[in-house]
Design a binder for this molecule. Structure first.
Ligand code: GLN
Length: 199
């Protein structure tokens, strides 16, 4: 089974860990660049992307994660983690200025895209590559408002892209670790099955 990292700075990393372990994957909690050694994949969990971005700087993780990707690592960001992967981030509180991100997906992401009244909701979402809808939990979720050439839209909700993929990078606006449906984690574990040699 592959060894998969879960970025463990903040947010819902324990739920991802449990889900991956339930599928037989070995899991490393990633807080420092050296934790990425020997991993084939990395999940960036949901949480609060401004806080996570600040901690990425504090723990000097931006370049190690980019290098991990360049060396063949697979990445999957959920909710705040999806924001971290995107090229352009809209909707950060103005006092923070331009929000830093990994720029590994050519998309523009709008934070908190679904408005206050429906802050959080669950919906049965058709996802490309899955037979049958996925029960998707959205919590102050973002949406991808611009999707670059070469970025595939895997799911949309209310006319907005909510799951996208390009190469070894996948991003979902919803929280697949909060429902019992393990199919998306299963796909990620399968995708990560080839080991990565970090140089
Ligand atoms: N609204 C959060 C943000 O913009 C994301 C919410 C989540 O990860 N559930 O960072």
């Amino acid at each position: 089974a592959p060894r998969i990292g879960v970025l463990a700075l903040q947010g819902a990393f324990r739920e991802h860990r449990q889900r991956l372990e339930g599928l037989g994957a070995a899991v490393t909690e990633v807080r420092l660049g050296r934790d990425l050694g020997g991993l084939s994949g990395l999940i960036l969990p949901g949480g609060e992307s401004t806080t996570m971005a600040r901690l990425m700087t504090e723990y000097a993780l931006w370049e190690p994660v980019r290098a991990f990707h360049a060396a063949g690592g697979h990445l999957w960001g959920t909710c705040a983690g999806a924001i971290l992967l995107s090229r352009d981030v809209l909707g950060a509180p103005p006092q923070f200025g331009r929000q830093d991100s990994l720029n590994l997906l050519d998309v523009t992401v709008q934070r908190n895209a679904f408005g206050r009244q429906i802050d959080s909701f669950t919906t049965d979402l058709p996802v490309r590559g899955l037979d049958g809808a996925f029960t998707a939990v959205f919590i102050r979720a973002p949406a991808f408002t611009r999707v670059g050439d070469g970025v595939e839209v895997l799911a949309s909700y209310g006319g907005q892209a909510v799951m996208v993929r390009a190469g070894r990078v996948t991003a979902s606006a919803f929280h697949p670790e909060l429902t019992p449906d393990g199919r998306l984690h299963e796909l990620f574990v399968r995708e990560c099955a080839a080991p990565v040699a970090l140089t």
